[in-house]
Design a protein around this ligand. Structure first.
Ligand SMILES: *Cc1c(COP(=O)(O)O)cnc(C)c1O
Length: 470
């Protein structure tokens, strides 16, 4: 592709993206394809001669897009939000255009410094403790690809601290025990498996009727594990579980972890961003106790995937666990301790300029736009809850403090059959998309209200759809 062609196709692609975003509502929300459909419509072998960009885009339009779940669709109520915004899309494009590697400060100083500034800005915007600030004694933040990577980094830091750096000395890691509820994200178990702690050493702490961790159960388990000669080392407190948006009580869990010397990680991937609106800052209550914390602007803040913000108050443990300095990466700036080398804060070595999309979004949309969106989604959820409550056929099965409503068909009893049928029937219309979860053995329809384009009439239409089909 020549520079001239790049200009032409680039301008056209921006137009294409804007059309896609503005008209996405006209498409079915869920992909109406069977397994293998997409691949079978594409050539089996790669081309030997270059093809025109227009030919590629024709396949995107006719084959790829119909094979997508339209996450930006206003009728998207599935999983969790994954919203984008125009400035963040441009930031992503610019990152690709600059093509820099930001693994160390010296490999692209501005890449590191803008990122550090973004983490400090976001710490302030979310009202997180100052000990997470990059200018604090021993804290700081970094952009990770995903909450799953942030969780793994937290586990590795905790393991380093609990073993005083002797991770592999005899039996050290195999004595470690971690704690979370059954509602915690699957990435906790995955991270613990990767770290060599293993599934047998994960304690599933009982939850209360609101699906939040019971601290009496946590304390009992810690005591029993200590008595058995094991070493409690990691607690994950989730603020907004994926299944039902339950909040573990970090203000009560924190003192236990502090007393026991256990690393406390708070996973607020989905809901922590709500703190952008001051009246929702309670979502981060208890953070003064946390050793680490993460949230995802790539879910509910209009910063396209991937952008996870991870903070720790214990930089020593983080660097102890992850920093390795091969000769070819030595630099005077790093050795003088004057700079941050983010490669020591994450699993991979290489990293792109992800801070751009966050910076662009904050500057060009303004925080007020995100606050307005969050407030709208919370209000829509609240109002939908009132409609559900007034309808005998349904019941709400979990607290709904923000933008997720969990409901079930009342006649179901324990079977879940009618709720499951309703989800399938609603999704088959292509007008809305819901996902299911199971809470205390019961099938539940989740209504996650978080797409940027979702307005009141979309939620009304979705409710209409559910009541018509029920
Ligand atoms: C979405 C989510 C995750 C996983 O997020 P990724 O960034 O996709 O890894 C983890 N924890 C919670 C609570 C989530 O909502």
């Amino acid at each position: 592709m020549t520079p001239e062609e790049f200009r032409i196709h680039g301008h056209a692609l921006i137009d294409w993206i804007a059309d896609y975003v503005e008209d996405v509502e006209e498409r079915p929300v869920g992909a109406m394809v069977e397994p293998g459909d997409v691949r079978s419509r594409l050539p089996e072998h790669p081309p030997t001669e270059p093809e025109s960009f227009d030919a590629v885009m024709a396949d995107v339009e006719q084959i790829v897009v119909p094979g997508l779940t339209q996450w930006q669709h206003p009728g998207f109520f599935a999983y969790f939000p994954s919203n984008t915004s125009y400035p963040s899309i441009l930031g992503e494009l610019l990152s690709a255009g600059l093509g820099v590697q930001g693994m160390s400060w010296v490999t692209s100083p501005a890449c590191t410094e803008v990122e550090t500034l973004m983490l400090d800005w976001m710490r302030e915007l979310l009202d997180l403790p100052e000990r997470f600030d990059s200018r604090s004694d021993n804290g700081g933040g970094v952009i990770q690809g995903t909450a799953s990577e942030a969780t793994l980094v937290a586990i590795l830091s905790a393991r380093w601290r609990a073993t005083a750096g002797a991770v592999n000395a005899d039996g050290n890691t195999t004595k470690l025990v971690a704690y979370a509820t059954s509602q915690a994200h699957s990435s906790i178990e995955k991270g613990l498996r990767i770290a060599g702690v293993g599934t047998e050493r994960i304690r599933v702490v009982a939850h209360d009727e609101s699906f939040a961790m019971r601290t009496d159960a946590l304390e009992e388990m810690i005591t029993a594990d200590r008595a058995a000669g094991l070493v409690p080392f990691f607690v994950c407190s989730t603020h907004g579980t994926t299944s039902s948006m339950a909040f573990d009580p970090t203000s009560a869990i924190g003192p236990i972890c502090e007393r026991e010397g256990i690393w406390l990680h708070v996973d607020a991937a989905m809901s922590g961003i709500a703190a952008l609106a001051p009246e929702h800052r309670w979502v981060n209550d208890g953070m003064g106790y946390a050793d680490s914390y993460c949230t995802n602007p790539h879910k509910w803040m209009g910063v396209n995937f991937d952008c996870n913000l991870y903070w720790t108050a214990d930089r020593t443990a983080l660097l102890g666990a992850l920093s390795i300095l091969p000769e070819y990466l030595r630099s005077q700036a790093a050795e003088a301790g004057a700079v941050i080398d983010y490669r020591d804060w994450q699993i991979p070595l290489g990293r792109r300029f992800r801070a751009l999309k966050l910076w662009f979004a904050i500057r060009c949309e303004g925080v007020a736009a995100f606050q307005t969106m969050i407030r709208r989604h919370v209000e829509l959820t609240h109002d939908l809850a009132a409609l559900v409550t007034a309808d005998d056929r349904f019941e709400i099965v979990a607290p709904h403090p923000l933008n997720l409503l969990c409901l079930a068909v009342r006649s179901d009893g324990d079977s879940g059959a009618a709720t499951d049928r309703l989800i399938d029937a609603a999704n088959a219309t292509g007008d809305a998309l819901f996902t299911r979860t199971v809470l205390d053995g019961r099938s539940v329809l989740r209504v996650s209200i978080g797409a940027r384009a979702t307005e009141r009439h979309h939620v009304d239409a979705a409710w209409n759809l559910l009541t018509t089909l029920a």
